[in-house]
Design a protein around this ligand. Structure first.
Ligand code: ATP
Length: 648
């Protein structure tokens, strides 16, 4: 493939130069949605490295100027004719090209997280991407800028700064500030995650802080890959904790800078031993859980602030990996912490690695939770979420008690929703700037604002419910919609929706859509290998006899011929016209019946991009006999990743 790219580099460049993007429907849809305000997802495309240029590889990743869209052009060889390009596009919150500096990313996206965490919030930065895409360079640069901001005296008030740096490889955690001593990630009896055994150092000057960062970087476990000799095969988490001595009761602010392990490029895999492959699987699995957690939290926050009570609460599986367990503060939906997250997807622009770059950008796009653009909200005195700054200031002036809290000190620029999101310690610190205000008064005033918000959201939710019920009654549906919705939800899983289905052996209730684990005969053996074991998976479509005379299986064999061969082997002649019975739904594993009646045309179910994910390929069909089916398998559709997952 690499030689093919080098040989056709000039043609490729010409094709890319004449490429004209079309205004797609997806783009139009994206334009009408706003991204979640508390999570920003950007991509940084690094420059081509010297060796990539020297080998003659062209650039495969192109930022569309003046937009947040990036185009990827793959080079393909069609069966006939000259090589051509296949293009795909991705839209994120912001994009940084090869000329952009780490400082620019810091100023735009990360710098606002520092006062946020200083004020008691939780700020998190993730760098994600394939091996050798620039994650470590980005995170170490950002850490240096954070150190400068923390120590330049620009932040308000006094804080005790403590830092710890740990590394996660698989399920094991190590302390990078204590000679890589193994530590444990535990949840204490209050549900708070503790990095048990990790040392935490207090820092008061920039040099000491940077000294710890450098010491940790040199200890980080590195193993060479083909792509990058210093490839990090672990996640590194740098945590800075800010304690406010003026508010000993308040929760500490937290800033996490996370350099995620490299998701590997396909062309590295050739040289890997089994332990490296296992390591890669573990990395991919933790990255997949991370994606679910980031999305889950963004959905939960968007719902909470839009006053929506989702019928299906967002699923945030933060206990499924050590990485997300360590970052519980960021993801736990039960946590009251105000969180802001920045994800930097690092992208290698080289055409030889375009497959991995595509995966990185696809992953980044999945992290964005689109919030339908809010209709202009009408001001209501009892709904803080509708207040502009002036209305909020009026309310503070009237309702903050005696002595009054100065509105310009508590909410110099904020709107109602923005003040609600402010981390609690920062809210209280701002209140205390007004003469005579006590911490108790500040706390009580914040509770008053939140109580008003919650009451108004409850009132809104019950008004919406009543309106829906009235609409249903008008349509004469009599509660039909909820019933239909719950049935639709059950139909997101391949399990038989009939309540008593489990009591009947699966071979006796075969139906379209059922997924089965299946031991394939030798001609289909390659599909079992692709699925990673002796078993393959397939989704029942129809009895094989129902296939037309021209239907072919995935290998190109006529289904009718396959049935004829089976019948001939049983000495029954070439009865392929269906006269032996339609076979719909029959089972029982053969017995005295015609084997053809017990054969089904099925769609292959194949492992897909993310760990544990599957894709159903309706046009890659195989003929599966009932006696080859081992068990029913339940597959569930996941809207977020657009893949299927096995479930119980
Ligand atoms: N923006 C950039 N400008 C110049 N060089 C860069 C940039 N980003 C990355 N590089 C170079 O690319 C190489 C790989 O970068 P880096 O080690 O940061 O990648 P990584 O994604 O952390 O890889 P791994 O996951 O294997 O650790 C390094 O030589 C680095 O100097």
């Amino acid at each position: 493939m690499e030689q093919f790219i080098i040989d056709n580099a000039e043609r490729y460049k010409k094709l890319v130069a004449t490429f004209k993007p079309s205004a797609s429907a997806t783009q139009q849809k994206r334009a009408t949605d706003a991204a979640s305000p508390d999570i920003v997802v950007c991509a940084r495309v690094r420059p081509m490295l010297e060796d990539e240029v020297a080998q003659g590889f062209p650039v495969g990743v192109h930022i569309r100027s003046g937009t947040n869209t990036v185009d990827l052009h793959e080079l393909q060889q069609p069966v006939r004719g000259l090589p051509r390009i296949r293009s795909s596009e991705y839209t994120l919150d912001s994009l940084y090209g090869p000329e952009a500096s780490t400082n620019q990313i810091y100023e735009d996206l990360v710098k606002p997280l520092v006062p946020w965490a200083w004020g008691g919030g939780v700020g998190t930065v993730f760098a994600y991407g394939q091996t050798s895409s620039g994650k470590t360079l980005t995170v170490s640069g950002l850490e240096r800028h954070v150190a400068e901001t923390l120590m330049d005296g620009s932040l308000d008030g006094e804080r005790k700064i403590s830092m710890s740096i740990i590394e996660l490889t698989g399920q094991t955690a190590y302390d990078l500030l204590n000679d890589r001593k193994q530590i444990s990630i535990l949840e204490d009896s209050f549900g708070v995650t503790q990095m048990a055994g990790a040392l935490e150092y207090q820092v008061t000057d920039k040099e000491t802080l940077l000294g710890y960062i450098d010491a940790a970087a040199s200890l980080r476990r590195t193993t060479p890959t083909l792509r990058n000799d210093n490839s990090s095969r672990s996640h590194a988490i740098c945590r800075m904790r800010f304690e406010n001595p003026a508010l000993p009761e308040a929760q500490d602010g937290l800033l996490y800078l996370v350099d995620l392990a490299g998701s590997e490029a396909a062309r590295d895999k050739v040289a890997h031993d089994t332990s490296r492959m296992k390591e890669a699987r573990e990395i991919n699995s933790s990255l997949s859980v991370l994606k679910d957690c980031i999305r889950g939290r963004a959905v939960a926050d968007a719902d909470a602030f839009a006053g929506r009570s989702s019928k299906k609460p967002a699923y945030i599986p933060f206990r499924q990996s050590t990485l997300t367990k360590t970052l519980k503060h960021v993801f736990d939906p039960a946590s009251s912490r105000s969180c802001r997250t920045v994800v930097v997807a690092c992208v290698n622009p080289c055409l030889a690695d375009i497959g991995a770059s595509k995966n990185t950008l696809r992953y980044a796009e999945m992290l964005r939770v689109a919030v339908p653009k809010a209709k202009p909200v009408e001001y209501s005195p009892s709904v803080p979420a509708t207040w502009k700054n002036e209305q909020l200031r009026d309310w503070i002036q009237r309702e903050s008690g005696d002595p009054a809290i100065a509105p310009e000190l508590l909410a110099p620029t904020e709107t109602g929703p923005q003040l609600l999101r402010l981390p609690s310690p920062e809210f209280i610190t701002r209140c205390l700037k007004s003469p005579g205000v006590s911490p108790e008064q500040a706390q009580a005033f914040q509770t008053k604002l939140w109580k008003l918000h919650i009451d108004s959201q409850r009132a809104l939710a019950s008004a919406n419910k009543i309106a829906t019920q009235q609409q249903q009654q008008q349509k004469g549906e009599e509660g039909g919609l909820p019933g239909l919705m719950s049935r639709m939800e059950r139909l997101d899983c391949s399990a038989d929706p009939e309540p008593d289905a489990g009591a009947v052996p699966f071979r006796q209730r075969i139906r379209p859509g059922m997924v089965v684990g299946w031991t394939p005969p030798p001609e289909y053996a390659m599909f079992a290998q692709a699925a990673g074991g002796g078993k393959a998976y397939a989704m029942i479509m129809c009895p094989a006899r129902a296939a037309g005379p021209r239907t072919r299986d995935v290998l190109g064999n006529l289904v009718a011929d396959k049935l004829a061969t089976t019948a001939a082997a049983r000495g029954e002649g070439n009865d392929t016209d269906g006269s032996g019975g339609s076979g719909g739904g029959v089972g029982g594993g053969g017995g005295g019946s015609d084997e053809n009646d017990d054969a089904y045309l099925c769609a292959l179910v194949m492992p897909s991009l993310l760990p544990g994910s599957y894709a159903i390929a309706p046009w890659r069909q195989v003929v599966v006999k009932v006696k080859e089916m081992e068990s029913e398998v339940f597959m569930e559709w996941d809207e977020a990743s657009r893949y299927y997952y096995m479930t119980v």
